[in-house]
Write a protein that binds this ligand. Structure first.
Ligand code: FAD
Length: 242
């Protein structure tokens, strides 16, 4: 198996624009050697930088299942004037991208306990999606619950795919939480994902929390769980993107 420091070249096989601000890249390994990772890990994209002549490195959580070793999927959010964002939104398909990795130690805890709660914001879905896709066949009967935080209703993405996942994981529930008002007549939760922690029964049901995305959300969630509810901090696993 290649070391995480080895440069891996991947071909951009498919580009899916879920919204104008969220782009999925499906990448295929150019080497026949398997690219192995554990769900929860991330890779470093080497972004060509003509100014410095050295690549700029940016971390992206792998959004696909760990059983797939011939490539992986990434889900990226566009950041204004961002180096990686400008580069990725300039891609048209078939380009070669260079990565190092996998890195990271935020793994799905096994053996799992009864209830798994995912709180994510933006593209924080990526890490949680990898857990779900990787573990669904092994642990189909866990109570999987997800709150997916976004700003506007037009930012909603991956709804069809998560609904599809419910066919194989009947105990998987997910709900969007918008920080701005719902606008099209559809209703749902408004606020921040952490405002709805109280709605989960994590006191009576053995629970592991996974948090991913905005660092402010992660900090606030930990404060609520640990400081206000005395929740066991060893059962909270978090990856901040900023
Ligand atoms: C472990 C880890 C995993 C990550 N996984 C993902 C992932 O799966 N998907 C994903 O989209 N991102 C992920 N990120 C964030 C990613 O690494 C980049 O920081 C992000 O894509 C911005 O890079 P950029 O080069 O486009 O912007 P930069 O050139 O780095 O930044 C441009 C400007 O935007 C600001 N900025 C940077 N990031 C953000 C942000 N998220 N929101 C608002 N403003 C920002 C900067 O402060 C700067 O002013 C991850 C980060 C970490 C640490």
């Amino acid at each position: 198996m290649a070391s995480p420091r080895t440069l891996t070249q991947m071909t951009v096989e498919t580009i899916i624009d879920h919204t104008p601000m969220v782009r999925e890249l499906r990448l295929r390994n150019q080497s026949s050697e398997p690219f192995r990772f554990k769900a929860g890990q991330f890779v470093m994209l080497h972004v060509p930088d003509a100014e410095t002549g050295k690549p700029a490195l940016r971390a992206y959580s792998i959004a696909s299942e760990e059983q797939k070793t011939d490539g992986f999927n990434l889900i990226l959010k566009y950041v204004d004037n961002g180096k990686a964002s400008s580069f990725v939104w300039g891609l048209g398909g078939n380009e070669t991208l260079s990565f190092t990795g996998p890195f990271g130690k935020v793994f799905f805890q096994e053996p799992p306990i009864e209830q798994i709660i995912f709180l994510n914001t933006g593209t924080g879905l990526a890490q949680h999606l990898s857990y779900l896709l990787s573990k669904k066949d092994q642990f189909p009967n866990l109570k999987y619950k997800m709150l997916f935080g976004l700003r506007h209703e037009t930012d909603i993405y991956f709804e069809k795919e998560l609904t599809e996942l419910q066919k194989t994981l009947p105990n998987f529930e997910f709900e969007y939480v918008l920080s701005r008002a719902w606008s099209s007549g559809r209703t749902g939760k408004t606020g921040y994902v952490q405002n709805f922690i109280k709605d989960f029964d994590f006191k009576n049901i053995p629970t592991t929390f996974y948090l991913c995305g905005n660092g402010g959300m992660i900090k606030a969630t930990k404060e609520i769980l640990i400081d206000q509810h005395g929740f066991d901090k060893t059962r909270i696993w978090a990856e901040a993107f900023d």
